[in-house]
Design a binder for this molecule. Structure first.
Ligand code: IVH
Length: 713
């Protein structure tokens, strides 16, 4: 029997080893051991902690995801406002920036300024607070003055250390960027497209969307990354040079409020001598904070411009998205002298990479009918490589825009990919426009809806043409997909091809019809067996209890997003209360403006919509204020049980498997312990399978797993 002391030592050394390897893997991207060996370490720690729950500490690597979704985020003030950056779009603007800096510092004409150039990470900014080296808080930028406390999600990001490698005394705040690596972004968007959800426009939106979820386990699964580029501290803002430090001078360094009264020797203070950005980045790296290693110290603006040129191309090979370079005056004392405007520091400039462009042939212009009936043109292109992907479609915004640019089918066109994933047509290459019999003709916007032939309409000051027909099959299809979407009624399995079949066969003409579908009707559809039909009906049934806000959002009232729907349903105790609410009462809600209020009122005053709500209610769809989880209603057969996935599943994605488990009250976690209910394995399973066998944990192949989740649905 090991003594308590021995157990404690073992726990401490295992945790230290895991932290070290987390840093090697997630921060330095240079692992020293295999994933299997890492899993084994984590497993040994978990097993030991299971035996000695009283010795589990909040900063243990096993405690990143505390387990429960949080209720909401608290708004907190930043101690120092989080500013934004001024932008430069070409080299001349960078030279002008350099001149302003030189003027501000009164520097000699020949003396180059030292800059640090860093990649501008395309994510969302985050402030991390450490107290005595332990992570205490993570706050989003918010409006720069106040942000949201997202600590529970920040802890779930493996690259962010829960404890620093060096015990930095007192409070420190570091700032950086949270991002979604390109590979995770691509995977996530593929899954979203498959399930009929709109893809995220860019990694930044995806990272921001992920950080807004209340479920740290989801944050962990999405595998966000983080890079830090700033240390916020009194010491840094008014840097103190500590020349006597080497002689053991006990000059008191600025301390945080909670530090003891004992003066700290400057030599001992890990924060001593932080005189410039380069030193700060090196020091942060030494503390185990993730720093993107591609930064460079540049002597003079010329070297910084050179850095921008290099990365404008080289960035495509990076595993994360970057939209520019940030050029910062290195010396912190100079920064203090330059100061800041209301919005940006005068000592930094963001250079934005020019958008990627390519030339290709525009094969034809098609139009698309959206959920609100908006009919918009888009370009079908001869496939072309652009910023690392093949592009064959591009937006053309609206008919006026096509006319203004004079883009015609048959033209060669310039396409551009900016920050968003959907490229756009910039202009036709007039010099290459075919002439004679092949000469392209100007685009003419259809006057009737391509789906239902109803005459299109447009408001006096509107640019968008709309199909006014509420029975338009294209609008119905889009509307149903939106209603079934994850952010609305979350009806898993009701994707594009199914919706098309339901509408084409006249089985469904609006959301309420979904609740009257029968197994027989569904079983007659393509690729729909009895089992899938039963599953879909169970999903539809489960959606009845989502509550008023998802119904309101799902019905696609113009201008009403998820947030406004939640506020409205919450304030009026559900949709019944909202039916009689006046525009003024709605507008009185903080976050609901006049446009939203008017739109909701108009929607509810339309007798057809009233009837739809009545039919939904009669079908048993709950529209009260409470946002309920089906968990509260349906018996939760996997409640409290944890599963581990390993290897590749062939009939479903990991995301889908995880959701299936969660829908039944269970949880999917990353490592196997004796308490694991089952290890689900696919092709090429990892060490987790062997571990499960060694621990006597049940293992399930894909078929057994499918049976388990289906039998329970
Ligand atoms: S420095 C005083 N460095 O870009 C502002 N920002 O467009 C200090 N960003 O809000 C910011 N990479 O979220 C800095 N290496 C980097 C950055 C970076 C990305 C973001 C940051 C900032 C935004 C401004």
């Amino acid at each position: 029997m090991p003594t308590p002391d021995q157990i404690l030592r073992q726990l401490t050394s295992l945790r230290a080893a895991i932290r070290h390897h987390e840093e090697r893997y997630y921060v330095l991207h240079d692992p020293e051991i295999s994933d299997t060996e890492f899993d084994q370490l984590l497993h040994r720690l978990t097993a030991l902690e299971v035996e000695h729950p009283e010795l589990v500490t909040p900063d243990s690597p096993t405690q990143r995801v505390a387990g429960r979704p949080v209720e909401g985020f608290e708004t907190v003030d930043h101690d120092v406002p989080m500013l934004s950056l001024d932008n430069a779009y070409d080299e001349a603007e960078l030279t002008a920036f350099d001149q302003r800096v030189r003027k501000g510092l009164g520097s000699d004409v020949d003396e180059p300024i030292d800059y640090v150039a860093e990649l501008k990470i395309d994510g969302l900014s985050i402030a991390l607070h450490y107290l005595d080296g332990a992570l205490r808080r993570g706050i989003t930028r918010g409006d720069g003055v106040r942000g949201e406390d997202v600590t529970s999600n920040v802890r779930a990001i493996r690259g962010i250390p829960l404890v620093l490698r060096v015990a930095v005394p007192g409070n420190i705040e570091v700032r950086g960027e949270i991002f979604l690596p390109q590979a995770s972004f691509d995977r996530m968007n593929a899954a979203r497209t498959e399930s009929g959800e709109p893809p995220f426009a860019n990694p930044r939106n995806a990272a921001a969307g992920t950080m807004r979820t209340l479920d740290p386990a989801l944050v962990e699964r999405r595998q966000l990354g983080a890079y830090v580029y700033q240390l916020v501290e009194t010491l840094v803002e008014t840097p103190v040079e500590l020349p006597g430090a080497s002689q053991g001078d006990t000059k008191t360094a600025p301390r945080s409020d909670d530090a003891s009264d004992v003066p700290v020797s400057a030599t001992d203070d890990p924060r001593a001598g932080l005189s410039g950005q380069a030193v700060v980045l090196e020091r942060l790296t030494a503390w185990g904070v993730p720093v993107d290693r591609h930064w460079r110290r540049c002597r003079g603006i010329g070297e910084a411009i050179e850095y921008c040129r290099t990365w404008a191309d080289a960035r495509h090979a990076l595993p994360f998205g970057t939209d520019g370079v940030v050029i910062k005056v290195d010396r912190l004392a100079d920064r203090a002298r330059l100061g800041q405007t209301a919005k940006f520091p005068r000592w930094a400039m963001a250079f934005k990479f020019p958008a990627e462009q390519a030339t290709t042939r525009l094969l034809r212009i098609d139009v698309n009918v959206g959920r609100t009936g908006a009919v918009t043109p888009y370009a079908v292109l001869e496939p072309v490589q652009l910023a690392g992907t093949t592009v064959q479609m591009a937006t053309l915004h609206n008919a006026d825009d096509v006319a203004r640019k004079d883009v015609r089918a048959g033209d060669y066109v310039l396409v551009e990919k900016g920050g968003d994933i959907i490229p756009k047509v910039v202009k036709p290459i007039l010099g290459r426009r075919p002439t004679g019999a092949d000469a392209p003709v100007p685009f003419s916007m259809p006057t009737a809806c391509p789906a239902c032939d109803t005459a299109l309409e447009r408001g006096d000051d509107e640019v968008v043409w709309r199909c006014p027909n509420n029975q338009c099959p294209a609008k119905i299809r889009r509307g149903l997909l939106h209603f079934a979407g994850r952010r609305a009624m979350n009806i898993e399995g009701l994707g594009e091809s199914l919706v098309n079949q339901l509408v084409d066969r006249g089985l469904v003409t609006d959301a309420a019809d979904l609740y009257g579908l029968t197994t027989e009707e569904l079983a007659g559809l393509e690729r729909m067996g009895a089992k899938s039909a039963a599953n879909l009906l169970a999903e539809i049934e489960a959606s009845k209890v989502r509550g008023g806000a998802p119904v309101l959002f799902g019905l696609g009232v113009r201008h009403v997003g998820e947030g406004a729907a939640g506020l409205l349903a919450g304030r009026f105790g559900g949709l019944a209360g909202l039916l009689t609410a006046s525009v003024d009462e709605m507008e009185a809600i903080n976050g609901v403006g006049p446009i939203v209020a008017e739109s909701v009122r108009a929607f509810l005053d339309d007798p057809r919509n009233r009837e739809l709500l009545e039919r939904l209610g009669a079908a048993g769809v709950r529209m009260d204020a409470e946002r309920r989880d089906p968990a509260d209603v349906k018996e939760q057969t996997l409640s409290g049980q944890t599963f581990v996935l390993t290897g590749t599943l062939t009939t479903m994605s990991r995301e889908a498997a995880t959701q299936a488990v969660e829908a039944l009250g269970g949880k999917v976690i990353g490592s196997v312990s004796r308490k694991t209910r089952g290890v689900v394995f696919g092709a090429d399973p990892g060490s987790k399978l062997a571990k499960a066998e060694a621990l006597g944990v049940p293992t399930l192949d894909e078929a057994a797993f499918r049976q388990l989740i289906m039998a329970d649905q």
